[in-house]
Design a protein around this ligand. Structure first.
Ligand code: SF4
Length: 382
């Protein structure tokens, strides 16, 4: 048994998982070749580590990083994995005046930044044109207020206008397979347009944070490696990986849940392709056993940050000798992760691992005692 398999089997919270021995051996061999900095540090984005904070941490609520849609719930593309449902929970601000009002209200309620997004037109463009002057006004009035913009596809001129408006981070889902563009996004544009947009954004001073949605082709991995290659050519500030969670897919076009093993293999390739920039695992990934396996693979692949880790993930990182930091943040919309992750760890806390592991073991013991007690209580369902 490899040393890492041994480590995995010694962590109680990971007992529910089944790890691929060949893949784990591959992680172990590759990890030794990663640049020391990348291999050493891992940051967990969690709202629940307050007990370990050495200083007071601001309350964590949806209002810290609200998501604002300039089209409300409207989107022309109606992608098969989303059907515009992602927009429904966002705050609508469909005119520049509404955006100014919403931002002022959110700042008064404690917001530190926002994700600015909107539904796309038929060309996968979000029509920000009328809003740029207001975005500039927001940044002039509240320079510390962070704006991460989901840009969608852009021209060179649009990228320059986003930069001039003072946006902090530009985010773009990069798709690498024409079939995915055509079938899942219903978009009649060539796949190369994603790289051209990336190049336009990378040609500005914006922090460019592309995303790859793993399993976007109905749960299968198809264009992910091509997307990675496109991103590698333009050296972004960070790469965020998320795993497709097609809760909104129509029954007629169902999505499979991507296999943890395939996702883990892609983590390894992403880390190898971008050894010296942060590669982060965002909030979106399937729940349950798959999440436990995916999170452990993320640690073993040497990813730089993991949002909302499953039980056992922090213990695994500690036992593999990684230096664990914790950024106490929610990721109701994942924007805080990315922006904070680019702050060179500002706001992150070094975790006292001995203390963490001791509390973890105690909590686990208490839980299993409670479960044993509950085992004797009849369960009544309505
Ligand atoms: S373009 Fe974006 S918001 Fe519109 S359906 Fe596709 S993923 Fe959802």
């Amino acid at each position: 048994m490899s040393a890492w398999l041994d480590t995995l089997s010694g962590i109680e919270a990971l007992e529910v998982a089944e790890f691929d021995a060949t893949l784990v051996a591959g992680f172990e061999a590759r990890f030794a070749r990663l640049p020391a900095e990348a291999a050493r540090n891992v940051n967990f984005y969690v709202p629940t580590f307050k007990a370990y904070a050495t200083s007071e941490i601001a309350g964590c609520g949806r209002s810290a990083w609200p998501a604002v849609s300039i089209t409300g719930p409207e989107c022309k593309l109606q992608c098969d994995h989303c059907k515009a449902k992602l927009l429904e929970s966002m705050i609508p601000a469909t005119t520049p005046e509404a955006l100014w009002r919403v931002v002022n209200e959110q700042i008064a309620a404690g917001a530190r930044g926002m994700l600015l997004t909107g539904g796309s037109n038929h060309r996968d463009e979000v029509e920000y044109g009328p809003f740029f002057a207001t975005i500039r006004r927001i940044k002039d009035a509240f320079p510390a207020f962070r704006i991460a913009m989901h840009t969608a596809l852009v021209t060179r001129d649009q990228a320059r206008r986003i930069e001039e408006a003072g946006v902090d981070a530009a985010m773009l889902d990069v798709i690498g397979a024409q079939d995915t563009v055509t079938q899942v996004y219903h978009l009649r544009r060539p796949v190369v347009d994603f790289e051209i947009s990336l190049a336009h954004l990378a040609g500005t001073s914006l922090k460019v944070v592309p995303h790859i949605v793993i399993g976007l082709h109905y749960g299968r991995l198809l264009g992910e490696w091509n997307a990675l290659e496109m991103i590698r050519r333009h050296r972004p500030a960070a790469l965020v990986l998320v795993v497709s969670m097609p809760f909104y897919a129509a029954e007629t076009r169902p999505f499979a849940v991507p296999g943890a093993r395939e996702v883990g293999r892609f983590f390894m390739d992403a880390r190898a392709a971008l050894p010296d920039i942060p590669v982060l695992l965002g909030c979106a990934r399937p729940p349950g056993r798959a999440k436990v396996e995916i999170d452990a693979y993320a640690v073993m692949a040497g990813l730089s940050g993991i949002a909302h880790p499953s039980d056992g993930t922090v213990a695994l990182a500690a036992r593999l000798g990684r230096s664990v930091r914790v950024t106490p943040t929610c990721c109701s919309i994942a924007v805080g992760d990315e922006v904070l992750a680019l702050d060179d760890g500002a706001g992150a806390l070094q975790l006292d691992l001995d203390e963490y592991l001791r509390r973890d073991a105690a909590a686990r013991h208490a839980q299993s005692s409670a479960a044993r007690r509950l085992g004797r209580i009849p369960v009544v369902t309505a």
